[in-house]
Ligand binder design. Structure first.
Ligand code: DON
Length: 561
């Protein structure tokens, strides 16, 4: 999945608005098994997770090993320099856990940090040192393993370290990211020396080793991140960030802590849903949208019909308007979850939805990069434990800053803040005071790791990458499975439907039938048939075993045994 850059976007907008004619994505391949399954953005990473399950690890161990491996094989999407969020279901305890390992703003950050010549400048929150929030991936995965894992932490790092040391064939995703981001990557020498050796982007099919990253992973496996947060690695990270204009200090790294949070719980179609609370907006607005959809006459049996797509688009619009207004780090702002998740709120929204006419929010067009700097992993083990883990460095290759000598790419998660009220971020998302940058604050996220449980056992483990499309992609697959009764592969293949309130654009996959596209246009939707997608990874568990599917839109492939 590529990021549409502003230049490319201008060209696109100048020439076409509707009906881009990119090919429809390939169909998802389902991996079936009885004992365990992993759905990830890369087959090698899914295999890393299955190997951990076969070695006696639980679903959490598998998710951790898969996340580390993804940082090696798809380094534009996630890695040691980023952060994430996970939801875990313990079958034995009949209890869900949520871990927030979201990056935080360095202590010296303020909204003024992103203003140049009196104007907010999103380049500062998207590239270079100021863009980098305190990396949280390592602390989070160590903490998750300590509390809920079964195998020793060092064992979970082994598959990723082996991939980095022995090498692997460059896949379509990494090659594609480099092709499209080449001009930007070239401007950042440490990153370019890793992925554009000799000035040439790594091509698909080339054998690639990353010994520096292997050494960094091995050291993290050995000392559980001590050096990363308080030692030589910490000093290297700080030096890389500060020499690129950032303000992060060693104290910021030493002070970073992941937070266990109460998962949000909802009920839908007889399942309990466990999902991520703030500082993600994803779980809350997923439940908000489901509450609305339950009150609407959606023809779930016709997933791509204009009526289904219209209702999805309308509830998405309303929920994203709430996201912009109310959400931020709960340590800094009170998010009115009780109100947002109340039946009265759903009834209010539904009363504003017309069955045949799109409602009209303020229109304002921003570019929407596709799936770049995030990845999602879903796992289930033989005991019925399940893990949904989303990991991100934000946009493709994050801040474009690599830490010399470590193989590590640093995030640009500061762009998930509203650097000024109403100023759109890389995903065209607007937010206000609740999500303003402040020292130690976590930027608002869309990550939506979600587990549906029935009778104590997981029936669906799902989540996605793709910025705001994380939420709508997760909603789409979840409703296709739980409301529409589709198989996991068909649910992943169903056309994505994305509306984030602003801009007033309904983004649809090309696979929606032309007659339905026409009907939606006549209802007043401003359509963009988009060639960029988000990537959902899902596992459905039933009496016949496990069926796992990764999103072919990002060349993902699941594995099961
Ligand atoms: O936390 C968030 O919402 C963003 N950092 C996610 C960015 C993303 O998904 C990029 N694309 N894959």
């Amino acid at each position: 999945m590529r990021t549409i850059r502003p230049l490319l976007l201008c060209l696109l907008l100048a020439t076409v608005i509707a009906s881009l004619t990119a090919a429809a994505p390939p169909k998802a391949r389902v991996s079936a098994g009885r004992h365990g399954a992993v759905a990830a953005d890369h087959l090698l990473a899914s295999h890393a997770g299955v190997a951990i399950l076969q070695a006696g690890g639980n679903a959490l161990d598998a998710a951790i090993a898969t996340a580390f491996a993804l940082g090696v094989v798809n380094p534009a999407s996630s890695g040691l320099g980023g952060g994430g969020m996970l939801v875990y279901w313990s079958a034995a305890q009949r209890r869900a856990y949520a871990l927030d390992f979201r990056e935080t703003a360095p202590a010296a950050i303020s909204p003024a940090s992103f203003v140049r010549d009196g104007k907010p400048d999103t380049r500062l929150s998207q590239e270079g040192g100021l863009a980098v929030a305190v990396p949280a991936e390592v602390a989070g995965l160590v903490e998750a393993s300590r509390r809920l894992g079964r195998l020793p932490f060092a064992r979970l790092v082994t598959p990723a370290a082996a991939l980095a040391r022995r090498g692997f064939l460059v896949g379509p995703e990494l090659a594609g990211d480099l092709e499209e981001e080449g001009a930007r990557v070239r401007q950042w020498p440490a990153l370019a020396s890793l992925y554009m050796p000799g000035g040439r982007a790594l091509a698909e099919g080339r054998w690639f080793r990353n010994p520096e990253l292997a050494a960094t992973l091995e050291s993290i496996g050995a000392d559980q991140g001590r050096d990363f947060y308080r030692g030589r690695l910490a000093r290297r990270i700080v030096e890389a960030v500060r020499s690129a204009g950032g303000v992060m200090t060693e104290a910021d790294l030493a002070g970073y802590r992941p937070v266990w949070r109460q998962p949000l719980r909802g009920v839908h179609r007889g399942c309990e849903l466990f999902t991520m609370p703030p500082p993600s907006s994803g779980g809350a607005i997923l439940l908000e949208m489901l509450h609305c959809l339950e009150l609407l006459p959606v023809p779930w049996g016709e997933p791509d019909s204009s009526r289904t797509l219209h209702y999805l688009a309308e509830v998405e619009k309303h929920a994203f308007a709430d996201r912009a207004r109310y959400f931020g780090d709960p340590a800094f702002v009170r998010v009115p979850l009780a109100m947002l998740l109340s039946p009265a709120h759903a009834r209010r929204i539904v009363s504003l939805i017309d069955a045949a006419q799109a409602s009209a929010p303020e229109a304002c067009v921003h570019e929407l990069p596709a799936d770049g700097g995030t990845t999602h992993v879903s796992t289930v083990d033989a005991d019925g434990n399940a893990c949904a883990l989303t990991s991100t460095i934000n946009t493709g290759f994050g801040s474009l800053l690599a830490v010399p000598g470590t193989g590590m790419v640093l995030n640009d998660e500061m762009d998930d803040f509203a650097i000024a009220p109403g100023v759109a971020n890389a995903f065209g998302l607007v937010a206000y005071e609740a999500n303003a940058p402040a020292p130690g604050k976590r930027p608002l996220s869309s990550m939506t790791p979600t587990i549906a449980v029935r009778d104590g056992l997981p029936v669906l483990v799902v989540g996605s990458s793709g910025g705001p499309r994380i939420i709508t992609g997760t909603l789409r697959v979840l409703t296709c499975v739980l409301d529409g009764g589709l198989d996991v592969g068909a649910a992943i293949d169903a056309a994505r439907v994305h509306h984030q309130w602003q801009p007033d654009l309904l983004r649809l996959d090309e696979s929606v039938p032309a007659a339905d596209v026409d009907r939606l246009r006549r209802m007043g939707h401003h359509l963009e048939t988009s060639s960029t997608y988000n990537a959902v990874q899902a596992i459905v568990a039933g009496p016949d075993g496990l069926r796992a599917a990764s999103d072919p839109r990002k060349s993902g492939q699941a594995a099961a045994y």
